[in-house]
Design a protein around this ligand. Sequence first.
Ligand SMILES: [Zn+2]
Length: 103
Amino acid sequence: MNMTKVYTHESIVNLQTAKGLLVSNGIDAMIKNEHMGGGGYVGLAIAPLELWVRSSRAAEAKGLLDQAFTHSDEQSAQWVCPDCQEKNFPNFDYCWQCQAAKP
Ligand SMILES: [Zn+2]
């Protein structure tokens, strides 16, 4: 079975969150290096932890993870101009590029 690495992070908490997200969407996921930390130490492992899924589901998994992890609060608060699709900061009432009103 071909596997593809879709996410890597040094925190087991993030990995387990990511795995839970994928599993709840019907995508089997496995964590590699889960036990590399050793000594029962939970938290930061020595080796970055890796999340792997079947290659056939990799694109789908990456999409879900992108949505969940790549949007900081600041980014998600930005609004997209309906006229020119430019992203604007939440404190702007008009698009900085084309001056369209905030929707
Ligand atoms: Zn605009």
